[in-house]
Structures are given as structure tokens and as C-alpha cells.
Design a protein around this ligand. Sequence first.
Ligand code: SAM
Length: 651
Amino acid sequence: MSRSDWTPKIWAVQQRASADWRAQRAEEALPARAESATVLKNQDFSAFVDFLKRSCGFDFTGYKPTSLMRRVNKRMQEVGVESLSAYQDYLEGHSEEPARLFNTILINVTAFFRDSLAWNYLTDEVLPHIIAGKPADQPIRVWSVGCASGEEAYTLAILLAEALGIEQLQQRVKIYATDRDEQTLHQARRATYSAADLKPVPAQFRERYFQQVGNRYVVCSELRHSVIFGRHDLICDAPLSHLDLLVCRNTLMYFNAETQKKALVHFRFALNNRGFLFLGKAEALPLHSNPFTPQALGFHSYGKVPTPNIRDQALVLAQRVNTGAAPFRRRTHLRDAALDAMPGAQVVVDPTGVLLLTDKQACTLFGPKLKDVDRPSPDDAFFHWPVPLHSLIEQVVSKCDSIPLHNVKWTVPSGGTRYFDMLIVPLLEGEGLVGAGINFTDVTRFKMLQGRLLHFGQKLQAANQELQSANEQLRTASAALQTTSEALQATNKELQSTNAALETMHEGLLGTNETLLGFNTELHVRTDGLNTANAFLESILTGLHSAVVVVDPTLSIRAWNRRAEDLWGVRAEEVQGQCFLTLDIGLPVEHLEGPLRTVLTWEPAHLEVVLGATNRRGRALRCRVTCTALRDAQQEIQGAIMLMEEEKEAL
Ligand SMILES: C[S@@+](CC[C@H](N)C(=O)[O-])C[C@H]1O[C@@H](n2cnc3c(N)ncnc32)[C@H](O)[C@@H]1O
């Protein structure tokens, strides 16, 4: 686009095969089914539209009647009435019905990045021009007309934030977003959307410009502050002004031609001289007499219809009556040369469809016979074109309006397939119509390129998605590894400190072990000493001819020698530990309690008692018992020793 060629621009996307296009057609087709059920008459219907204006305050006179009828019909079916008059009664009797009808008519279908190719174009081509064409301190003003629930306005805000940065967006950009429907504006102002609504939003934008609140997503405040929502009726309210970009998508198509023209006049007023108008792909504007110039190859573009050179037509007519005139011949040659030099094949027909003019490319395309321009057209090979040319010419002539056709597929008789863009324009001379011009532009190359572009785009998207999911997996794996590594490190630290504690404990145990070994050795030595002492004592006690009994301070028996066994007939192991005073032997032990307790209390060194007794064989005897205190090294009394001897003299 040359910088000198700045006039308001208009374009719409031509991607009829795209899913979005199909969805839109399906949405349009839905009410069409209803039409078959109840056929509304035009006359009745315009009376009904008057009734709506009078009784409900809704003016739908500027809307396309067919589309309006479909929606009214749909609503009638939903409430179960069959005639318009019955529906009028229903509207009057049900206070909520006018609002429901209003909602059905003003289809609020919308989406973020709806028709993504068009938004790509806006991003790559239009926004850079707008930004480059304005000094950095100048505001950028945008208007989203028919903004519905706000997705379109926020899409614009995202793209401008990406192009300018969020700070510049806040300082410079004002996006006015208007709609006729208050209810949908209320939704737009809330700026809260579901996960499904956000699906078309590229992931990086979702992260950057939305905040998750529960299971909903809210547009970030920086974007929200740059968008101003307001109620505005495109048909009857005054337009805004000084705009750099005016976006009116999928809204004009609901209006009739007259209202569309009025809207375009408003748009022209609203836009500044370098401004852009961005329409939906389904919006077909009249090609001539609209105040905009087309924009962008690959997009369905509209512009001022190039006025056909009617002088050429006059030339042809003049040639028929005056073939000898040299100036006419020269001009005829000039005309032929000019036609041949024009891109594409050109054909001119008169208002009845008779061929008047063809150029070289047309003859190459349709065969040399086409040169024979005076023959009636319907029999000509040219009219076996895949679209009904004859009726199209009739349409152009009767409505005095252009018809563009795109990507017309033609199976070439010699083999192969080619695609053509066609433009059929009425040819006017003064006020009168003198014929129609048809231009055929071979767009096979673009069509192929478009197909390949789409194919590569899809492949790129698939590759991108794969990359994203691989990336996601890597990130997850990396996070898991990091967690495991952290857990291992923690375990390792714990093990190290446990190990240190164990080592300390081990050293302590080694020390204790050594001490115990020392004790053990000493114990062995002492035990040996004790054993030796015991053996020594044992041998002394055994060697004695007297019976010896040793008791502790409680009078419990500690020693009982061999002679005591002989004398009293009780073995040492039978009396060990027993209280001496409880023994049942031939000696009256109870008489010894006094002497024993006396020696045990540190009084005399020893006491002697002679008692009558009976030995183990039953022989009576006199027994001398000497009680002596048993002292330890510190002279403490540890018990008593009783020495028992038989006195020799008989009793
Ligand atoms: C199909 S939606 C288009 C939404 C959005 N522009 C898009 O392309 O996704 C059409 C919108 O136009 C609005 N509309 C219909 N008639 C209008 C009028 N006369 N003035 C302003 N808005 C109107 C409807 O309320 C609706 O929200």
C-alpha cells in the first residue's frame, strides 16, 4: 500500500471454507428451517415491524426483512403461535416476550479472535500503519460497533497492547465499544468469561491478559481501562469521530442495503483521513458508490467501482455505422491495444446479452470464435462457463449493480482446472445503461498458494501444538526431577546426621566396653581370690573335729561343716539360708538364741553354753557350744560362729 494512497479502507476476508464461515452459515440456516413451517407474507410482516416500533419501541425497519422474518418465525415457533396477529397478541399479553424477541433478533454471537485470519491481517498490516502514521504522543481511537459481549473489543485491546506495550496502550489507546443491546453490554463490562470462551485466545495472551477467578477468567484491569462500553444504535444515533480504526463485524449484514449505505456514510464521517474500516467476511457492500477503497490481496476487497470507459462502447457503436472513418479506426486500434494490455480477460455485452467486445485473453480463454462478437450470446461457447453468466448479466443490468464472483472453478476443455475471480459491472452512459463488462482474472496461482498456505499453516499449528505439549511434558518432568532431587538431598542430610550420631554412639560404646572389660578382669581376679579363700575356709572347716555353724546377723545359716552334718544328721545344702532357730535337730536351738544375740551385739568376745542334745544316731550327749562374733576387716560384726563339741564325761 503506498503511503500517498491513504483513504479510508475497507476489506473483508474471503475464506468461505473456514470453520468460522461454516458456523456462521449454520447459525443463519437454523432459523431458515423455521421459515418452512410458517410462511410470513411480506405485507403482513411490514405491518408487524410497524407494530414493534409503535408498541415495543424497537425499530427494525432498517433490517433485512428475510433475516428478520426468520428470527420472528423462530420465536413464534418457540412460543407456539402460528400467525403474526396471534404473536402480536402474545407480545401484548406477555411482558417478558418483547425482550426475548429482541434478543433473538439481535443475535449476540461473538468470540475472541473470531475469524483469526482477518485478525492476523489486522495485526500484520493495519495496526503497524496506524501506529507508524501517528506521532508517539497522539491518541489512537478505535470503535467496535456491535461489540456484543465484548470479546471483539478485548481482542482489539490485546493486539494493541502487543503492538504498543501495555503502558502505551493505557496512555494512548481508547477503544469505544458500542451495541444496541444493553444486556449484552452488561456482560461486556463484567469482562468475565468461561474457559470455553477463551479457547480461541492464544495461550500466551491467556496467561498475560486474563486472571483466573474460580473457574472463570477475568480480563486484566489494564486492558479493561482502555475499553469504554456504551449503548449506541447504529441506525439512529450520531456516529463518533476522529477514529483511526472502525471495526464493524458481522453486524452490517443484518441490515438492508439502504441502511448499510447510511451506516457507511456514518463510518466515513467517523474515520479520519488515514482511518481504516474493518468489516466481517460475510459483509457484502455495494461495490459502486460506496465511499471506501478496497484493501489487500487475498482478502475480499471492495472499492469504488471503476467507471467503465463508456467512450469505448460509443466507439463500437460508431464503428458499426461508420467503418470508413480513419480517426475512429485509429481509436478502435487504440482501444483494442488498451483492452489487450489490461490484466485478465475482458468481455463487453450489450443490455440484451449480445457480445460487443472481447480482448485477446478472452479469445485465448474461450476460443477464437468469441471474436465473432455479433452472434447472439446464449449459443456461444463462452456461455458454457460454470456459472450462469446469462442470468448474472440480466441481474447486473436490471439492478444496475456490480456482481463479484470469486474462485470460480473451471475445468479447461483441454484438461486441468483453473480458478477465476470475476467482476460483472454495469456500463453506464450518462443516466442510461448501455451494457455490462465482465473481467476474468486467473487466480489459480493464488488459489494454489492459498491452499498450500493453509496446509502449511495447519502443519505449523500442529507442530506448534506438539512442541507446546512436549515443552509442557519436559517442564513437568523437570519439576518432578527437581522435587525428587530435593527429597534425596534432604534424605542424604538426614542420613549424614544419623551416621554422625551413630559414630558418636559407637565410640561411647567402645569406651563402655573397655571399662566393662576392665571390670570383668577385676571381677575374675576377685572371683579367683574369693574361690581360693572359700576353698581355704572350706578345708579349714572340713578339717576341724568340731561341728561349726556360721550364721549372719539375722541368724540365717551361712556355713554348716562336715562334722555338723555327722553330728546332727542334716546336710549343709538342706540348711543353707534357713534360720538357725527353726532347725529341728537333736540340739535345743532355742537355748542358743540368747547367747547368739549377745555376741551379735558386740558385747563379750565369745560365750559358752553346754546343752543336752541327741546326735543323729539317737545317742544322748552333752554339747558345748561356743558362740563367737564374726568380724570383718573393719571389726564390724557380720554374724556369729558356733563351735559345737561333745563333752567326754557321760551325763
Ligand atoms: C453477531 S453480533 C457481532 C458481534 C461482533 N461484532 C463479532 O463479530 O463477533 C451482532 C451485534 O450487533 C448488534 N446490533 C444489532 N443491531 C444493532 C444496531 N442497530 N446498533 C448497534 N448494534 C446493533 C447486536 O446486538 C449484536 O450484539
